[in-house]
Design a binder for this molecule. Sequence first.
Ligand code: PGA
Length: 234
Amino acid sequence: MKKLFLVANWKSNKTVNEAHSFMISFLNHDFITWMHSQNTDVNSSKQIVICPSFTLLAELDKLIKQNAPSFSLSLGAQNISPFDKGPYTGEESATQIAEFAKYVILGHSERRLNFGETDQQVEEKAAIARKYQLEPIVCVQGKETPVPPNVHIVAYEPLDAISTGRVGEPAKPERAEEVAHFFRHEKHIPYVLYGGSVDPSNVRQYTSLESINGVLIGGASLDPVSFSQIIQNA
Ligand code: PGA
């Protein structure tokens, strides 16, 4: 069975109370019920990753350990410091994030556009992530985006497809397959995800593609019911 990563990118959304309510609803009403109805193969073939803000990681980690310790549900960060721990005011180091998270999203287009993040910085961050056993999920905007060495997961997110403050236009599945095929076979990346305006009704169009191993979901992952439907439909 094909391995699928279903990665929620919450961006700068949710307070601790809101994140708590999301997780209680997601675990109690939707996700756990569905997981219990599936066989173990499904549990292990779908890797669910929630990437919240740093401020929410500890609370979500506690809730997952208490309520869903045996499911393939883990946390990721949306960024890390390119430096190790030390005198870097305002930065969260990989060692701090690795206390709670297994993954980290790097090089998202919103970071490149709003914070001037460069390919060089993405490479530095990927290296420090690996040093602390964090698995980088590197966002690429097209075939031209370089991927740092030793990266196993790439998310193809065409700029037009991301619903940043407007309605995005999801990529045509044929285009997503073509780009994913390129990264799989020419860049030897084991897992390529698609991201941009994924929702419960279109997720299967992408997860059924031969070269795609999952999706990165922004807006539609903020609601527990819609995120749960995406997982179930994927
Ligand atoms: P979207 O965001 O699903 O809201 O389009 C995806 C992303 O930015 O990762």
